[in-house]
Design a protein around this ligand. Structure first.
Ligand SMILES: Nc1ncnc2c1ncn2[C@@H]1O[C@H](COP(=O)(O)OP(=O)(O)OP(=O)(O)O)[C@@H](O)[C@H]1O
Ligand SMILES: Cc1ncc(C[n+]2csc(CCOP(=O)(O)O)c2C)c(N)n1
Ligand SMILES: [Mg+2]
Ligand SMILES: [Mg+2]
Ligand SMILES: [Mg+2]
Length: 320
């Protein structure tokens, strides 16, 4: 199969979004947009860094690559619409494996009615997938990290540390409880788009998705908003069988594990009830884990049994 057969094999026969004027098949795609704000992001997924042949099957690789990007759109309060895929393919990957990667991408995309409108295909050493997403938010309704203010409630969706626990199980085979649950959390992460969309009527929300761990994400909100975030350690939600892992690992994973793709956010106290309603309406667990103050600027604190300490920007970092 050459490059052109490959492109033909991944091309959608029709597009779901009516705004596509030109999809795959020219030098670039064309979409027509008039009323909303366009929101776009790109995240890259690399063999040996984000996955190995021990941790993921081809379907998971595709699903996870698109999910991470969809998660960034959710964190902006945007509705996903399009994606473009740039893929570097080593010669060791066969046609069926590539087909499975695209099946995984199409699966995640179809949940959100997204169209694949372009990309690029080259050969190279490590399988690398770079996904660009495009979504739309109502005018001036994108949710920024800079939108936290003193007095806000800090909340998080779902449970934290599960993806890292799944990776641990994959890399350390043994007997564990709820193995499939943890593996799925690592390989087929959640998407919090509908919850984020339901927050649409709120005047002010800050949001950040948990790709590197909440220690990192909370610090990003604190820095962008020039406020301090105070998090209660025992309020951080974890799954039922998370307690099977050693205490030290639980602590590390829930704060620094990353790749849970949950949403960390802040809202004014008077809107908290509406966040709960949005969560209930979309089957999204949501937990209050702390509050925002302007005691100091750009800091995060973690509190346990009345003792407070700074929570530094520590987690997964690519360039050390
Ligand atoms: N190489 C780059 N060139 C231009 N902009 C970049 C580059 N890398 C990151 N950015 C920009 O920096 C900002 C933060 O990106 P970052 O990747 O940290 O966010 P994220 O996608 O939420 O996190 P993660 O990559 O862990 O999922 C974004 O605006 C992003 O577009
Ligand atoms: C085999 C293997 N080893 C380690 C990890 C952990 N890991 C890789 S990248 C990343 C942060 C998110 O990436 P990004 O910042 O690029 O979004 C994390 C936590 C993994 N998933 N697979
Ligand atoms: Mg990124
Ligand atoms: Mg993000
Ligand atoms: Mg991201």
């Amino acid at each position: 199969m050459d490059e052109f057969d490959f492109i033909n094999s991944i091309k959608q026969p029709t597009y779901r979004q009516s705004s596509v004027i030109k999809g795959i098949g020219d030098d670039a795609a064309v979409i027509r947009q008039t009323t909303q704000d366009t929101v776009t992001a790109v995240d890259t997924f690399v063999e040996g860094v984000h996955f190995t042949n021990v941790t993921m099957e081809p379907f998971h690789i595709g699903y996870r690559a698109v999910a991470a990007n969809v998660s960034d759109l959710a964190a902006m309060g945007a509705t996903p619409a399009f994606y473009l895929v740039s893929i570097v393919i080593p010669s060791s990957w066969n046609k069926e494996e590539l087909n499975q990667i695209y099946k995984g991408m199409h699966k995640m995309a179809s949940i959100h009615n997204m169209d694949l409108i372009g990309g690029d295909t080259v050969s190279g050493k490590e399988l690398t997938i770079s996904v660009t997403v495009i979504g739309f938010a109502d005018k001036d309704k994108a949710r920024y990290r800079s939108h936290a203010a003193a007095g806000d409630i800090v909340f998080v969706t779902g449970t934290l540390g599960d993806s890292r626990a799944g990776l641990h199980i994959l890399e350390n085979p043994g007997t564990y409880k709820d193995t499939d649950y943890f593996l799925n959390r690592h390989r087929l992460p959640e998407h919090r788009v509908s919850f984020s969309e339901k927050l649409g009527s709120l005047k002010r929300v800050s949001l950040n998705d948990v790709s590197d761990g909440i220690a990192n994400e909370a610090n990003e909100i604190a820095e962008a908003s020039k406020v301090s975030l105070h998090i209660e350690e025992n309020s951080i939600p974890v799954s039922k069988q998370f307690y099977q892992f050693p205490d030290k690992l639980q602590y590390e994973w829930k704060l620094f594990g990353g790749e849970d793709f949950e949403l960390l956010g802040t809202v004014p106290k008077h809107d908290w009830e509406r966040v709960i309603t949005a969560a209930e309406g979309t089957n999204t667990p949501v937990t209050k884990i702390g509050y925002v103050s302007n005691q100091t600027k750009s800091d995060v604190y973690i509190e346990r049994d009345g003792r407070k300490k700074p929570l530094f920007k520590q987690g997964y970092t690519h360039l050390k």
